[in-house]
Design a protein around this ligand. Structure first.
Ligand code: PXP
Length: 236
């Protein structure tokens, strides 16, 4: 199972003071050296953490960049200019603290279809960040996505064991369905050392994308140790 490390919150600490440090590119290189298979960064419309220049520098520095983004014109322009290996399309609401739910691939209409077409023309793989929902899955496949990433927030934030188990089962069911459609399957959001095991057990999931918990842990033990800890917890 591959691990993508999201470095957004390294930039959050930097932007809090408008300093030049800590540098998300330096953190990304440390994560890559410690075993991250790809680096994930979300260029938000309001540029609250990752900046356009970070995306350019990340693309030049790391082996595989997965750029998370909403389909807003200024962000699409950066993606088409930088050409990351992959874009993950996410919904975005200005006032949210983090990406709260999955993309509405089924209701995305012509705008979403046009955006996916432009990425394909540029040779960029497209992943859809969706809830574990059959309708969204079918719509993602129809739009020509090569991968889907299931939003694990509902699982990670479940308040009862029964709810958590139900959420994990729903993700497992949709992961099987996605794989049967020929889609690559990833998952992410809210995963940490304590809750990752049940998601790791789903055989069709090939990649986890984890940000906040790894960056938070890196503050205490350093980025290489934080990545190695997660990698060893992910061993099936
Ligand atoms: N995957 C996607 C598509 C996301 O939007 C996010 C949050 O930016 C993550 C993974 C990582 O979530 P977290 O920071 O909660 O680990």
């Amino acid at each position: 199972m591959r691990l993508g490390v999201n470095v957004d919150h390294v930039a959050t600490v930097r932007q809090q003071r408008h300093e030049a440090y800590p540098d998300p590119v330096e953190a990304a290189l440390l994560a890559q050296r410690a075993g991250a298979d790809s680096i994930v960064a979300h260029l938000r419309e309001d540029r609250r953490h990752i900046q356009d220049a970070d995306i350019r520098r990340l693309k030049a520095a790391v082996r595989k960049l997965n750029m998370e983004m909403a389909i807003s014109p200024s962000v699409i322009a950066v993606a088409l200019a930088v050409k990351p290996e992959r874009v993950t399309l996410v919904p975005e609401r200005r006032r949210e603290l983090t990406t709260e739910g999955g993309l509405d691939a089924a209701g995305g209409g012509a705008r979403l279809k046009r955006a996916v077409g432009r990425f394909h023309e540029a040779g960029i793989l497209v992943s859809m960040f969706i809830g574990a929902d059959e309708r969204q899955l079918t719509a993602s496949a129809k739009l020509g996505a090569s991968a889907v990433e299931f939003h694990t927030g509902g699982y990670a934030e479940a308040l009862s064991t029964a709810r958590r188990i139900a959420e994990a089962r729903r993700i497992a069911r949709c992961a099987r369905l996605a794989a049967s459609m020929g889609l690559e399957v990833a998952a992410g959001h809210g995963l940490n050392l304590a809750n990752v095991a049940a998601i790791v057990r789903i055989p069709e999931i090939e990649e986890l994308n984890i940000g906040h918990s790894i960056v938070a842990r890196a503050v205490v033990v350093g980025m290489p140790a934080a990545v190695r800890e997660m990698r060893s917890r992910m061993r099936r």
